[in-house]
Design a protein around this ligand. Structure first.
Ligand SMILES: Nc1ncnc2c1ncn2[C@@H]1O[C@H](COP(=O)(O)OP(=O)(O)OP(=O)(O)O)[C@@H](O)[C@H]1O
Length: 491
């Protein structure tokens, strides 16, 4: 368990984190989300004793990192993928860490196999790509088979197979009752992996919730209906106070002769039944859901440390297609939409504590996929109790677990340009900048990847089960402490 209590850290005049408190629980993956410069790395580095906070404390299983007797068995961290000495081979980097932490050399082979870098163990770390460096960094974090993982954006630079692997690794560790703190910029990434969410902006915690609660709070939905009898349907749908009906401006994608209504506060089946009872012709029904990413962006809007400038691209309209308003900036995409939403709040839309912006129902038709069921991948060699840990459950890596079907990235339908007679054409943002999508996962068998230096999933298959447990003497060095400066940021 990682406990962050009222941590505050200032660099010069800059308050990087301000009274940050949360707990990353055992048995869970806690997603730590925030825009660039929000304070994620600072919090994690403070938790690992790499910087000293002015106030507050960070505890690993109840103890400050600096007092841990066997740090690599207590916490494995990935902070800086380029932390290995450039002129050292991957293997010698790992062996040095293992040696200095009383971890048997045989464990080096295991973690290299787990991370898929066995074939490049002799290559110098300095020649590694970012993705390979990330794998090496993760291998180092796993050396002590730790009880806690602190991963700062571990998927940066990884290929799709690597991204999937990190997800499964995190889920596996959580399933073992261990604690995983995982930072990311992307809600869509975290939503697929995490149980809990801590969202931070400008150094302050904006929300601490579960992914499930965040989903239910923010994934409100509306129903879009195209009908040639809009006013009749509008009348028929006027019901309870929770029901809202909005006539949308026409769009090029609408069926000919139809008007489009957006209905909130009702289920699709209810609307369909009313339309059928009144014998109203319907050309199209569509459920629309606000995406999780959109809700996250609304929550962190205005809390960005670094704001982007407009990138005008003539000829594109917003994904929603119903509004002719130009989108002002990628990070602001949700905001003007909210002001266009006259719908009343439905019961499912109650805002959680700390949520500063409502969800944007109906603006984005595709929801982010909730946490995927994850196969219990077990990359560890059985019985690592020699590192001072309880013996992890003995399992075998199943190659097919790396081939499980992957949800394709949901793309939002882009409506063709709808000429607006009374308004000049406005430059708008490219739709693809609104939501950074995660890389599309393919279902290709890993062994079919042609030239990647990481070998296929046979690298994940554990070697013979003949490892001796080690006894790790107390060692104050950690894998990251040896490669990171105090106060100086990542190297
Ligand atoms: N060593 C340092 N010296 C000066 N300022 C720093 C240092 N480390 C962090 N900061 C500042 O503290 C703030 C928080 O930075 P931090 O790296 O924790 O953010 P982050 O959420 O991890 O960002 P990113 O997602 O871009 O990695 C930023 O304004 C950053 O510039």
């Amino acid at each position: 368990m990682i406990t962050i209590e009222h941590l505050t850290k200032t660099f010069g005049a800059k308050k990087a984190i301000d009274d940050v408190s949360f707990t990353a629980a055992d048995g869970k993956v806690t997603g730590f989300l925030g825009p660039n410069g929000a304070g994620k790395s600072t919090t994690m580095r403070a938790a690992l004793g790499l910087i000293r906070a002015e106030s507050g404390q960070a505890l690993i299983d109840g103890h400050p990192f600096t007092s841990l007797r066997s740090p690599m068995a207590e916490v494995g961290s990935v902070l800086n993928p380029r932390s290995a000495h450039k002129n050292r081979s991957a293997r010698s980097h790992l062996e040095a860490l293992a040696y200095s932490n009383g971890i048997p050399k045989s464990r080096v082979d295991e973690v290299m196999a787990i991370a898929g870098i066995s074939a490049v163990g002799k290559k110098k770390a300095g020649s590694f790509s970012l993705g390979m460096s990330q794998r090496l960094s993760i291998a180092a974090a796993l050396l002590g088979d730790p009880q806690n993982l602190v991963f700062d954006e571990p998927v940066n630079g990884l290929d799709p197979e690597g991204v999937m692997w990190v997800r499964q690794l995190c889920r596996y560790y959580a399933s073992q009752g261990r604690c995983v703190l995982l930072s990311s910029h992307l809600m869509s990434e975290v939503a697929q992996t995490a149980d809990d969410l801590v969202i931070i902006g400008q150094g302050r915690v904006l929300e601490h919730t579960s992914v499930a609660d965040f989903l239910s709070e923010h994934s409100s939905h509306t129903i879009r209906i195209a009908t040639p009898q809009a006013s009749l349907l509008q009348q028929a749908l006027q019901g309870g106070p929770e029901v809202s009906v909005e006539l949308l401006p026409p769009s090029a994608g609408d069926p000919a002769g139809a008007q489009v209504l957006r209905v909130g506060g009702m289920e699709l089946a209810q609307v369909a039944q009313i339309a059928a009872d009144k014998q109203i012709v319907i050309y199209e029904f569509r459920e629309e859901k606000a995406s999780l990413e959109e809700a996250y962006m609304a929550l962190t809007h205005g809390k960005e440390e670094y704001k982007t400038a407009n990138v005008p691209v003539p000829g594109l309209v917003s994904a929603q297609g119903t509004s002719q308003e130009p989108i002002q900036a990628p990070m602001q995409a949700s905001m003007p939409m909210q002001s266009q939403m006259p719908m009343q709040q439905t019961p499912g839309q109650a805002q959680g504590q700390g949520a500063t912006q409502p969800a944007v129902p109906g603006q984005f038709a595709q929801p982010v996929q909730p946490t995927q069921p994850v196969q219990p991948v077990v990359p560890m060699q059985p019985n690592q109790q020699g590192y001072g840990q309880p013996a992890p459950q003995q399992q075998t890596v199943q190659p097919q677990q790396f081939q499980q079907p992957v949800q394709p990235v949901q793309t939002e339908p882009v409506q063709p340009v709808q000429p607006e007679p009374m308004q000049p054409v406005q430059p708008v943002q490219p739709v693809q900048l609104i939501q950074p999508e995660q890389p599309v996962q393919t279902q290709q068998p890993i062994q079919q990847q042609p030239v990647h230096p990481v070998q296929s999933q046979q690298h994940y298959v554990q070697p013979a089960d003949n490892q001796q447990p080690s006894s790790a003497p107390a060692n104050p060095e950690s894998n990251q402490a040896s490669s990171t400066n105090e106060e100086g940021g990542a190297q």
